[in-house]
Design a protein around this ligand. Structure first.
Ligand code: GLU
Length: 262
């Protein structure tokens, strides 16, 4: 089913979480980025269009700066993201260059999505970049988004971006294989739920382990993202981004995940 939904989709938004693109030491995993870029390149060659939502600014900032004297206040985090975003995009640029693709950076805030004119400009920019064969890479503009006004997690950002661009599908890559009926890290009998159409009942039946180490969202933000997408009839897939060539594997039907679809 996932395979069929991807096959019939032309405009694809893929979100990669910090945990997926960082290695165990919290550094940007360049091998992962290169492999991912080559999978994107072959999808593009096959006529698909793709927008990427990439987390990882904070992780990249931390690994670049090492220990900072500052505490974990919001200004510290914003400064770290300002440093890390450069590292992150340099890594993506190198990775996509190997596949002969240009990338573009788009940093957005919650306010941007609430403003009609800004939204229109964002949408036009996305359309133009994609038409030119460039891979747009979206992140939250963390250094200007204080706690009260930020989107806060890239699952929601990815859903909003998918809606803005009128995507045909959103794929959220995380460090779990999808939605389970129990916590798979604690319970061997946990069963993967392969298809969900009712988010409210999914919220009731699932129980899942704590949030991953680097990412902001847990399963709750993934369900929120699915709810946003389904309201616009955009199917969403939640899958493990760390599996071998996960994007291609989903496309070919050799990897499982959870499909949210109305
Ligand atoms: N924008 C944050 C970053 O790049 C990540 C938010 C998230 O992981 O959901 O570090």
């Amino acid at each position: 089913m996932i395979k069929d939904v991807i096959a019939s989709a032309r405009k694809i938004v893929v979100k990669i979480g910090s945990n997926t693109l960082a290695d165990q030491d919290g550094r940007v995993n360049t091998t992962f980025l290169e492999e991912f870029a080559s999978q994107v390149a072959s999808l593009l060659k096959n006529g698909k269009q793709l927008v990427l939502v990439s987390s990882g600014a904070q992780v990249a900032g931390l690994s670049t700066m090492g220990k900072w004297a500052r505490k974990q206040d919001i200004h510290y985090k914003q400064a770290l993201c300002a440093v890390g975003q450069v590292e992150l995009m340099s890594a993506w640029k190198r990775a996509f260059a190997l596949s002969g693709r240009h990338i573009a950076q788009i940093l957005l805030t919650r306010e941007d999505f609430g403003d009609g004119l800004r939204s229109l400009n964002m949408r036009n920019t996305l359309f133009t970049l994609v038409d030119e064969g460039v891979v747009p890479i979206i992140n939250e503009n963390d250094s200007v988004s204080v706690e009260e006004i930020k989107i806060g997690d890239n699952d929601t950002l990815a859903a909003r971006s998918a809606i803005l661009w009128s995507a045909d599908i959103l794929i959220l890559f995380s460090d779990i294989d999808g939605l389970f009926d129990k916590n798979p890290k604690e319970d061997d009998s946990a069963r993967l739920i392969t298809e969900v159409s009712d988010i409210e009942s999914a919220r009731k039946i699932i129980s899942i382990g704590g949030n991953s180490v680097f990412g902001t969202g847990g399963i709750a933000t993934k369900l929120d993202a699915a709810e946003l997408c389904l309201a616009f009839s955009i199917p969403m897939i939640l899958a493990h981004g760390g599996r071998a060539r996960a994007l291609t594997a989903l496309t070919e039907g050799s990897q499982q995940g959870t499909l949210f679809i109305v």
